[in-house]
Design a binder for this molecule. Structure first.
Ligand SMILES: Cc1ncc(COP(=O)(O)O)c(C=O)c1O
Length: 385
């Protein structure tokens, strides 16, 4: 590769080895539909889809494969949860580090009569669980949190918060867009009612596929947000109430699911702990390499505790957008610059409206690439003193 890719928070690259081949083989040899045809090949494919849901359950500590809903990605999953569960008068609590895929649907629902409170995070992006508990009131229906910030990389204290939610009988939903595939997430042990997973980031799958895992209680209270054919109870205009048909309507992205099945197998074989170890070491190396560079600051949490492999920098003597441009032009280093679809986070971190240059480390980055990035940052800073 003649470039160094540090934009894995947007989408991972490269993908799981062999992903394109697995998807191509499916499309060329097996591109049937499921839940519609009563022929052998359709049943076989349906079996593969169910096995993929079982694999999801084994990776994410869940025991209801029928409550794994495939969808187009995290944005769709978050919309389903927010719009399907909240009714006028209901109260939702989020943190002040959420992505627009939470902030925008919640705002749309606010315009329809729901109440939204934001638990303010500290200036480094971290959240005190008591800030959530203090906001819970009698009409609180849902606490929805990002597991890790896509701007600063800090992780939310979900163990404590899920216990608080359980104590108050409030649903707890987790946006695992930045952690799925590299942090251990246990749906049952963490009392998670709804877990949102994009397939194309840390899970190393293709774009356009993701999943939502729903607890039995949450799934039964959740309303549909789209309706249509399921291949079941076809003589009825009402949506089936059983899972997964209640929420999986229309033809699924089967090539995407086959791709995800391939990448999940790869991840399971490697082990999440191993992946976490590798990304954590690279992140630590990166952070310790830039902390002493003058005129560059790390946004948010400095310590390695409670953080993932997302690193946001603020250049003082040069525009962040110019720094990102020079990183690519002179050093072949690809980053992302700006607000990263999360203005709330930048307001919390004090980097609004200019944003940051984000380096997001992936499984396939190397120590040499991290060294190259540190020297490139040094060089850009020196040239602009
Ligand atoms: C924290 C967070 N939530 C949700 C999303 C939305 O994910 P997608 O664009 O895959 O739907 C992102 C995307 O970057 C994200 O970082």
């Amino acid at each position: 590769m003649d470039f160094i890719y540090f934009d894995n928070s947007a989408t991972s690259f490269p993908k799981a080895p062999g992903l394109g081949k697995a998807m191509g083989e499916h499309i060329d040899n097996n591109g049937f539909n499921i839940c519609r045809g009563s022929y052998e090949k359709s049943y076989q494919l349906q079996g593969t889809i169910i096995e993929t849901k079982e694999r999801m359950c084994s990776i994410f500590g869940f025991d209801l494969p029928q409550n794994v809903i495939f969808c187009s990605g995290a944005t769709f999953g978050l919309n389903l949860i927010i719009k399907g569960i909240l009714k006028p008068g209901d109260h939702i609590i989020t943190s002040s580090m959420e992505h627009n895929s939470v902030a925008r649907p919640v705002t749309a629902m606010k315009n329809k009569g729901i109440i939204w409170d934001v638990a303010e995070c500290r200036k480094d992006g971290s959240l005190d669980p008591s800030a959530i508990e203090a906001l819970i009131c009698k009409n609180t229906k849902l606490v929805l949190l990002t597991h890790a910030s896509n701007v600063s990389g800090n992780m939310m204290p979900i163990d404590e918060i899920s216990v608080i939610c359980k104590k108050h009988g409030v649903f707890f939903a987790l946006d695992a867009a930045q952690t799925a595939g590299s942090e251990i997430i246990h749906m049952n042990n963490n009392n998670i009612d709804a877990l949102v997973l994009p397939g194309h980031k840390g899970l190393l799958g293709p774009q356009g596929i993701g999943a939502v895992l729903l607890s039995a209680r949450f799934a039964s209270e959740l309303d549909t947000i789209i309706e249509g054919g399921t291949g079941s109870l076809s003589d009825n205009f009402e949506m089936p109430s059983f899972m997964p048909d209640k929420f999986e309507t229309g033809t699924l992205n089967l090539p995407g699911i086959i791709g995800l099945a391939h990448s999940l197998e790869y991840i399971e074989n490697l082990g999440i702990n191993e992946i976490n170890f590798k990304k954590r070491n690279l992140t630590e190396k990166f952070i310790s390499g830039i902390l002493d560079i003058p005129h560059v600051s790390l946004s948010g949490i400095k310590s390695m505790d409670m953080r993932c492999s997302v690193i946001s920098l603020n250049f003082k003597n040069i525009d962040n957008s110019n720094a990102a441009y020079l990183l690519e032009k002179d050093h072949g280093i690809i980053t992302r610059c700006g607000l990263h679809c999360s203005p709330m986070s930048h307001k919390t971190l004090g980097t609004y409206p200019l944003g940051t240059v984000r380096f997001s480390i992936g499984l396939f980055n190397t120590e040499k690439e991290v060294d190259n990035a540190i020297s490139a940052i040094n060089e850009i800073v020196k040239k602009h003193q």
